[in-house]
Design a protein around this ligand. Structure first.
Ligand SMILES: Cc1cc2nc3c(=O)[nH]c(=O)nc-3n(C[C@H](O)[C@H](O)[C@H](O)COP(=O)(O)OP(=O)(O)OC[C@H]3O[C@@H](n4cnc5c(N)ncnc54)[C@H](O)[C@@H]3O)c2cc1C
Length: 262
């Protein structure tokens, strides 16, 4: 997908200045893109700099609760991406099951959770952002924040051609995800990883109850299933981090078959 690239370039020293704007947003994941859309709709001039404008290929962020849907539903982000309605989850344990439904009685019938391919959803959100005339969405990697007397004045970044650029704004918002290189000084950087999610995509099979995800409360950890398109189901298995088997040598497949599947 192509996004417009709006740059007016002025020379300033080693890197080129690309002018000022009201707000710089670093990162166009769900947080950066949704914020850019909202601020752009309010009339602000926003420059969004995203490291990779291709569709992300990840299994995180594949579901919206009904509350999330109500927020983004109004900007059509789950249309045309084969998103599936989610009404709740069925829990399974020791041969028993319990259904947990979202409390949707007071809402119109289209209000429900949604599940989808993360990359399709993010691209749809970015397309909405790029459609606003006062928002520019461009590919580039922010290399550092420009700080003067403890105040962030702008950013240095490398654009898609490797050119070093500089831009300034009264407000810079960093939405570069949980592995941020830019927010290290602002928060405690040690991250504890108690477990990993391992994901599989299952094709052409059905969940037991239409529009309901499934959670199996199994030993050693839970397994989650939900539809991500009309033909695909995501299966996510939580694996404790102290013994993550290798995918490349087949240990993971063996672990899933012998430890998880039974
Ligand atoms: C296994 C798993 C499942 C999850 N499932 C769900 C779910 O079902 N529903 C849900 O709501 N949430 C879910 N989450 C959480 C969700 O994925 C995150 O909360 C969400 O992705 C955070 O969004 P973000 O925009 O802050 O960061 P990200 O999605 O990580 O986006 C950050 C963006 O910044 C860009 N970037 C990074 N560094 C730079 C830089 N230096 N310069 C320019 N750009 C940069 C990246 O390319 C990226 O596009 C899940 C998480 C995991 C791990």
């Amino acid at each position: 997908m192509e996004f417009p690239k709006k740059n007016s370039v002025n020379k300033t020293g080693k890197s080129e200045g690309v002018g000022t704007t009201d707000i710089i947003i670093v990162g166009a994941g769900v947080a950066g893109a949704a914020l850019a859309y909202s601020l752009g709709k309010d009339g602000h001039r926003v420059r969004v700099i995203e490291r990779d404008l291709n569709a992300p290929n990840r299994m995180a962020g594949e579901s919206l609760t009904p509350g999330g849907y109500l927020n983004v539903g109004s900007i059509d982000c789950v249309d045309e991406i084969d998103a599936q309605q989610l009404l709740g989850y069925t829990l399974y344990k020791d041969g028993k099951e319990a259904r947990v439904s979202f409390p949707l009685e007071k809402f119109q019938s289209h209000v429900a959770g949604r599940t989808f391919h993360n990359g399709r959803f993010i691209q749809r959100l970015r397309k909405k952002v790029a459609s606003l005339h006062n928002v520019s969405l461009e590919q580039g990697t922010v290399t550092s924040l420009i700080e003067e007397n403890g105040i962030v004045k702008g950013v240095h970044y490398k654009n898609g051609n490797g050119k070093l650029l500089t831009t300034y704004a009264p407000l810079t918002i960093v939405c570069d995800g949980c592995f941020s290189n830019l927010r290290r000084s602002l928060c405690y950087s040690k991250v504890d990883i108690p477990s990993y999610f391992v994901g599989l995509t299952l094709t052409n099979c059905n969940l037991p109850k239409e529009n309901y995800g499934a959670i199996i409360l199994a030993h050693p950890s839970p397994i989650v299933f939900y539809q991500i398109s009309s033909t695909e189901i995501r299966c996510m298995v939580n694996v404790p981090s102290e013994n993550v088997p290798s995918v490349s040598n087949g240990e993971m497949a063996c672990y899933l078959k012998t430890q998880v599947a039974p």
